[in-house]
Design a protein around this ligand. Sequence first.
Ligand SMILES: Nc1nc2c(ncn2[C@@H]2O[C@H](COP(=O)(O)OP(=O)(O)O)[C@@H](O)[C@H]2O)c(=O)[nH]1
Ligand SMILES: [Mg+2]
Length: 367
Amino acid sequence: MNVSVVGRKKYLTILLSLVGAFCIRLLIPFTSSAFSSTSDQDFSYNTNAPLPTGKGTANATLVFLARNSDLSGVISSMQHLEEKFNKEYGYPWVFLNEEPFSDDFKTAVQKESSAPISFGLIPSEDWYQPDWIDEERATEGRDKMKAANIIYADNVPYRNMCRFNSGFFYKHPLLQPYRYYWRVEPDIKYFCDVTYDPFDYLRDNKKTYGFTISFYEWEKTIPTLWATVKEFMALHPEHIASENAMNYLSDNGGDTYNLCHFWSNFEIADMDFWRSEAYTSFFDFLDSKGGFYYERWGDAPVHSIAAALFLPKSQLHFFRDIGYRHEPFQHCPKGDDWVRGMCTCNSYDTLDYAPQSCISRYEKMFQ
Ligand SMILES: Nc1nc2c(ncn2[C@@H]2O[C@H](COP(=O)(O)OP(=O)(O)O)[C@@H](O)[C@H]2O)c(=O)[nH]1
Ligand SMILES: [Mg+2]
């Protein structure tokens, strides 16, 4: 065999393997599901974490990230959720903070619920800006946002919070024992009695991520997020679910992001999704780009994009019967849901079909 035949054979082999790899690439996207929901077995407790003291039976907790200075808003939110739901179900509360909670905070909070309450300290490495972030570039990014009048433009703690909620809260030792969580923030309102257990609902209906409000993100906070997501999708097509919710995120099959996201100050969801291989590699990839600090990537678009791409759309759930407000938006149920929940909000005062809302896009996927 002369050299040129060996050379040609080599080229042919390389060419064939490239074509092969390309075909596999084409085949894999949208054919596999990264995360499958809930078997009944997984729903039971596997540790001696605090249990619900009421009629709740799910492996679930109410999660509250807060500062000591948030106390009055924390109390108000707890009163809402206890009154409308938890006084009956008794799900344990978990409070997290990067600084120790003060005795005043703990004493005041403990008065608001007869359910177990735990207070956890966030490990510094899960909270603060990592050393490898180029501070000059981060400062430049913040200055640019400030000049553009963007909310929380030059706020580093806010960025810590967004990154923590994106990639760390579910790893905290106090949350490790639990599968499902309900996220609570200061100064939120619940308008209706929650007449069933939403955690049971997720389990029984094989749902993974529940929301109440959905609208558009401020693009200037995430200028390179979608390009980064596309890069990840190309590298990891195996994580993209078949029957995903790409049509909720994009009006052109994924070319550009339409900025729709689920508002993450309300979330009732399955932490095992955040703990999955798909989400872990997604978060690590995003984090490695530094966009939580160079820009201001929010946990809402990060969670939403992941849930919409790595889950079949049937695993998302719009809790349309839960009346909820976080300034400046609210969702108010209507019809039978409003009556059953004895809601105190006005059914017409709801973001659902307002121009800023993405609910129509979400619903269109199921029509
Ligand atoms: N421990 C702690 N919690 C924070 C910090 N910043 C925000 N949070 C919490 O993170 C959540 C979101 O913050 P919030 O100020 O409500 O942001 P917004 O809803 O996006 O305007 C709330 O539960 C806050 O209490 C912080 O620096 N430390
Ligand atoms: Mg808030």
